[in-house]
Write a new protein. Structure first.
Length: 358
């Protein structure tokens, strides 16, 4: 019997069914994968330390016979998470930058508004592993919105979480409407992984409701080409047709996308579904994630192998997020100066002298 063969198509395509049937423990995993044992060791141990969940949709994309499956490495607990308990839980020092609970104000003109503590699937590399379901959403939303309303320098609000699309559509849209009513808020952005882990959440109805709040942008997180499924493409198409620009913020992860071929296939696949490869984040040093980290030199080499060898539209910025903000990482193409100008290096390593007449 094939995986999920007994699930009716109407249920499978219903995001509410998918959310209600997320796998959150070994009993649930064995229910869907009765013959699989490759993931048994470590899941219960690491899962007791760090929250985990995965949608049936995303679970179906994983090869149950391969413990090194690049999608499994992103969402299923791994005993190696327990070997890294000395790393920080808040690597970006978000808590000191939170003037009210659920709001992060680091940059002068923009804030990150964490409207949910839950996700459709919990990424093992998440830099917010510390977050728990412990707050009163109504009280926190009110306090955060009041802060934004009374801080006129804030012109850009990133609605994030957790995942904002865990909220009911009416709840999310009422929240966006309250933000849109604030005169100095010019831009709304939503950060969500729903197109990747639960694409059926992006219904025609949701896309049309979101289109009421332009200018609104959505950034998501595809990390591997296998995540670009027909269902994911349809979700992104619905958002694009609603006039919502889409960007992708990948995380460079060991065993997932830390080679040139995979990363090139990922960025090309994203452009084909009209999602702009925007950032590739250098992995954060966050507790429980040491096994996912990639050396800087390897990341730079992958980025260098994209520049010039594919269209500029497909080349994301390689970014290190720090407590002081995001910092682009790249090898300098300015390699020297001359009496007449400066020397630059092309993507093939050829040198060019450019006169400096400014």
């Amino acid at each position: 019997m094939s995986l999920f063969s007994t699930v009716a198509e109407t249920e499978w395509n219903d995001w509410r069914w998918q959310t209600a049937n997320r796998v959150t423990d070994m009993a649930g995993l064995r229910r869907f994968w009765p013959e699989a044992t490759a993931f048994d060791q470590g899941i219960e141990e690491a899962g007791a330390q760090y929250q985990w969940a995965v949608t049936p949709y995303y679970l179906k994309l994983i090869d149950p016979a391969d413990p090194n499956d690049p999608l499994a490495l992103q969402v299923l607990p791994d005993r190696r998470e327990l070997l890294d308990l000395d790393s920080p839980l808040d690597p970006l020092l978000e808590q000191p930058h939170s003037p009210v609970q659920g709001l992060i104000h680091l940059y002068p003109d923009r804030v990150a508004f964490c409207v949910s503590n839950v996700c459709h699937a919990y990424c093992r590399h998440c830099f917010r592993k510390r977050r728990k379901i412990e707050r009163d959403p109504a009280t926190n939303l009110d306090a955060a919105i009041e802060y934004i309303r009374t801080t006129p320098t804030v012109r850009d609000v990133l609605v994030t979480g957790g995942d904002p699309l865990m909220l009911a559509t009416d709840v999310l849209c009422k929240l966006l409407a309250r933000l849109r009513e604030i005169p100095h808020v010019e831009i709304l952005r939503v950060g969500t992984r729903a197109p990747v882990t639960l694409p059926m959440r992006v219904t025609e109805h949701l896309a049309q409701r979101l289109s009421e709040f332009h200018p609104l942008y959505i950034n998501t997180q595809f990390n591997h080409p296998r995540e670009i499924t027909p269902e994911a493409a349809l979700a992104c198409d619905r958002l694009s047709r609603a006039g919502i620009p889409l960007g992708n913020q990948s995380v460079l992860l060991a065993g997932v996308n830390d080679d040139v071929e995979t990363m090139r296939a990922l960025v090309h696949g994203l452009l084909k579904i009209r999602v702009r490869p925007y950032y590739v984040f250098h992995p954060q040093i966050v507790q429980g994630s040491a096994h996912t980290r990639v050396p800087l030199d390897k990341g730079l080499a992958i980025h260098r192998a994209l520049e010039g060898f594919t269209s500029g539209l497909a080349v994301p910025l390689y970014i290190l997020d720090t407590p002081y903000g995001k910092v682009p990482l790249a090898e300098s193409r300015i390699v020297g100066r001359t009496d007449k100008g400066f020397l630059v290096k092309s993507f093939e390593g050829k040198l060019w002298e450019e006169p400096d007449e400014g």
